[in-house]
Design a protein around this ligand. Structure first.
Ligand code: ZN
Length: 296
């Protein structure tokens, strides 16, 4: 089914991951000298030798003469191979840092998606150095996409935390909430993490009830957004409820229904703030307003 282009970060298809090359050491060694390298530090920032705003990625040969095992093969854009390297493996840390949110807003879409991929993968690597089954050290294999325990042979794979984010409507209004820690007048659609044994639809229903006291009748999947802050996938839903009172639970300071025109006017006057355009949260609100015939 054809879908309109969406307007949030990390939606670029990204690299051809070329999974078959991950175990082809010869091909990776050959690609290394001319490959592009994204260096990620422990804070999850990309590091550059030159001014980060110039976004000049080093070639493999400028980092190491030969490809070390500690590098991760991200994939290819046409003939161009990309690798990710953790800053801890580089003797002299490049001085300039750029965070992923800045990159999402300012970098070309392909490079922003590469950064998101590298950050998510390397975060998993950094926090999975030992086997959860037997406690012994793990070795990274398959281009950094698997960690193997040499002691018990257990295989460990990168994990992604599933979170749902939902535009709940009662047919006339949309349900938004605000956390006490947010800037004054900032509102957003509700969101929450999947619990073990739950379907996504069950998570939507449970979270909306917990956070706003609203009973959702039905939830339909809309779109997803990688959200590697540090390791999530945001799964966006349209959710439908009968008209009823909203009452904030423990996690929110306020939960409230808004009409589309009320939202538009509040945003225009600055009395009401919603998420930046990079987020699926913003897109869900804009999409609902558009369905109500209101442009925000
Ligand atoms: Zn083990």
């Amino acid at each position: 089914m054809a879908q309109a282009p969406r307007q949030f970060a990390f939606q670029h298809p990204g690299l051809d991951r070329n999974e078959h090359l991950r175990e082809d050491a010869q091909a990776l060694d050959l690609a290394w000298p001319q490959s592009k390298i994204i260096i990620i530090d422990l804070q999850g920032n990309a590091r550059f030798q030159t001014d980060a705003a110039e976004m000049v990625f080093s070639n493999g040969s400028e980092i190491f003469a030969e490809r070390p095992d500690s590098t991760s093969f991200l994939g290819q854009a046409g003939e161009q191979s990309w690798f990710a390297v953790r800053a801890e493996f580089i003797a002299k840390l490049p001085p300039h840092a750029v965070d992923l949110r800045t990159a999402a807003a300012t970098w070309p879409h392909l490079e922003a998606s590469i950064f998101a991929q590298a950050r998510a993968l390397l975060y998993w690597q950094e926090r999975n150095r030992f086997c959860g089954a037997c406690g012994n050290a793990l070795s990274l294999v398959r281009g950094g996409f698997m960690a193997k325990c040499e002691t018990c042979a257990c295989e460990h794979y990168p994990r992604t935390d599933s979170a749902v984010i939902m535009a709940v409507t009662d047919g006339e209004r949309i349900l938004l909430g605000r956390q006490a820690s947010w800037p004054e007048n900032r509102w957003s659609v509700l969101a929450g993490f999947l619990e073990p044994g739950e379907s996504l639809e069950q998570t939507v229903i449970r979270e909306v009830l917990e956070e706003a006291g609203v009973h959702v009748d039905r939830a339909e999947y809309a779109a997803s957004q990688p959200w590697p802050f540090p390791a999530s996938l945001m799964l966006g839903f349209h959710a439908y409820a009968a008209p009823q009172e909203a009452k904030a639970g423990d996690e929110l300071e306020q939960a409230q229904w808004f009409g589309a025109e009320e939202l538009r006017d509040g945003i225009a006057s600055g009395k009401l703030g919603i998420s930046p355009r990079l987020s699926i949260s913003r897109w869900l609100i804009e999409d609902w307003c558009a369905r109500m015939g209101v442009s925000i």
